[in-house]
Design a protein around this ligand. Sequence first.
Ligand SMILES: *Cc1c(COP(=O)(O)O)cnc(C)c1O
Length: 331
Amino acid sequence: MRAMKAMVTLAEIEAAQRRIAGYAIRTPLQPSPVLSRHVSAPVYLKLESRQTTGSFKLRGATNAILALDQEARSRGLVTASTGNHGRAVAHAAKALGARVTICLSALVPRNKVEAIRNLGADVRIVGRSQDDAMDEVERLVRAEGMCFVPPFDDADIIAGQGTLGLEVIHDLPQATMVLVPLSGGGLAAGVAAAIKGRCPTVKVIGLSMERGAAMAASLVAGAPIEVQEVETLADSLGGGIGLGNRHTFSMCKELLDDVILLSETEIAAGIRHAATIEGEVIEGAGAVGIAALLAGKIRPGGPTVVIVSGGNIDPAAHRQIVETTEVGVMP
Ligand SMILES: *Cc1c(COP(=O)(O)O)cnc(C)c1O
């Protein structure tokens, strides 16, 4: 039944908000005086980098697992992410007492493997690519009847991510623009549905890196397409949207007012600005909104919210970016 309906509704997002209360925290909306002066409009940062597990992914993962009935949950959960989704699923499963298996390829760094293992997940190292890890997920679903928790293209995941949009529009009802990082589109679809459900005139802009942005390329092409994945500072924005995409492509097509692409230099400037001016450690994917404002690629006409989606960055990489002498904008 559910597969027939592409769009996630405001009512489903409101239900998700009630469901995940107590599991995910309500993150702060912090004014940025320096960015406000830079763009001559009030700018606020929605700090999901301070969310439990370091990204918004906990919202969708928790909502999706809570939506499963006890029988499905008791069969055990499984997913194959190397990053924030895997950590969120491992955390939510632990909080809800569900057995969870996270499949990782041998290329995943040891510190990430340990972080997921420390949450009590059964970690399986299989093959040397994300595709190999996904093959193992499919095998576990078939052979052991485990329940797959998808990363973005799922109504409960989208509704969970959308709860962040409800918080934004509650805290800043006068907002005229919201900037949202865009990869598979679970975050952008959920946030746009929440914001436009409450305030239809607010502009919602998606932000990706210049190279290897699958949703951006698919929106231009008019249908889901594959793009080559390349290394980027915004590592959490990599990966495809699925050629059989059911929800996020049509929702992004319908609800996003524009998509803006950022260069690696611009993303680095966003990370650096967050650290030196705002006092926030954020990862590349979380920095694209700040980067777009610093680069003058977006000119807000009124109060603007930048969604800072995550903070999980390797400390050594962060130090190197911040210590580079080039500066974004001075106070
Ligand atoms: C997953 C992720 C995104 C992108 O979310 P999608 O729902 O895949 O578009 C953005 N930022 C961070 C930090 C993420 O972990």
